[in-house]
Design a protein around this ligand. Sequence first.
Ligand code: HEM
Length: 400
Amino acid sequence: MNVETVSPIYYDPFDVEVDRTVHGVWKRMREEQPVYWNERYRFYALSRFQDVWDAYHETATFSSTHGVQLETLDEPIPFPSVIFMDPPEHGVMRKLVSRAFTPRRIAELRSYVRTLVDGYLDPLVGASGFDYITQFGALVPPMVIGHMLGIPEDERDMVRHWFDDILHREDGQTEATNPTSLDAMLNMHAYATKLIEERKRRPGDDMISTLVAAEIDEDGTSRQLTDDEVALFVLLLAGAGVETVARLLSWAGVTLARNPDQRRLLVEDPSLVSNAIEEILRYEAPSPVNGRFTLRDFSAHGIDIPAGSKVLLLNGSANRDPREFTDPDKFDVRRDIQRHITFGFGPHFCLGAALARLEGQVAIAGTLARFPEWEIDESELVPVQTSTVRGYSSVPFHLG
Ligand code: HEM
């Protein structure tokens, strides 16, 4: 079947106009073209829950070695970190870095995150309004990662700016990097290399010390990670764990304002907050699009996807698939959620999922305890859109 001739649907993750009504576009894709073809950027997209779920598991067909952003899928990533590896290399590296994300380590962060949240929100009590993202949501995640990495407190703000710049996007950018992001990556890499040297001399109880000391088993011999491998992991954390959590908090601020009845339920019963975070994650995935490169031919719904193709896995659409969720467009903080695909699935399942959940829960509980009601003006929201991340960079709260 020649899919290039039949599409009246237009989906393109770079297009801001498409993004405004993307749930409607995804709905049509799920129903009419579950294997969608975009001629302009020459990618396929899978939008149904089960198809996306299966593709995450089938790493022999759907490879991560060309990156996970549409911008990079044409070529292999030259210096891959764990997210850009396929099994079996991926498993070896993942096992190593996952030591820095044990449940004990994440649970230990709760009191630090609470102190951080209190410190940002307390001074805002009594104000007539504030920007939920620039004055709060965008500040928490980089500080948490700085803390995990063992970055000295007085240097965390400097590093936070590099993290921001690494994620900087030019208007209309369709390449993976730009001069600002490249510059920040180089600065961060140099800084990480300096930290690695210091931790080798004086190990601490931080993630860099854990990685520096870890032994990797390769072809029957064991070795330590190179400085570059550790530094690449630090850069990955900046890319994977900062903007996603900030966008999660932006969706929380916006979605709860749009659904005041649901917000009231949380104020009346804060024990619902952790389920509400799952529902926010399902309802508006902060990272709704993940790319893959096909290593062999694949067919679904009568469409052939040849080896060597770019395929987008639409988590954001899968999470609204009525085949998986009852009344999927309804936002319901009491929904019984068995699974969603916001953190991906299979071998690459988000390493930071527990941390993201913790940050989300502490941030929202702290927000509702101080500000049980807020209003937003839709015209003031500033959307952030990259080909993989979706949400807002500015969400002004108006307090009564
Ligand atoms: C709401 C927040 C977050 C969302 C929506 C999110 C989403 C995702 C998704 C969809 C993947 C899978 C990518 C793929 O299969 O190609 C992933 C992987 C990953 N995430 Fe997250 N993430 C979040 C927060 C975090 C945080 C806080 C960290 C770390 C501090 C983190 C670190 C990672 C890492 C290291 C991977 C790669 C795992 C691997 O390849 O084995 N993420 N994330």
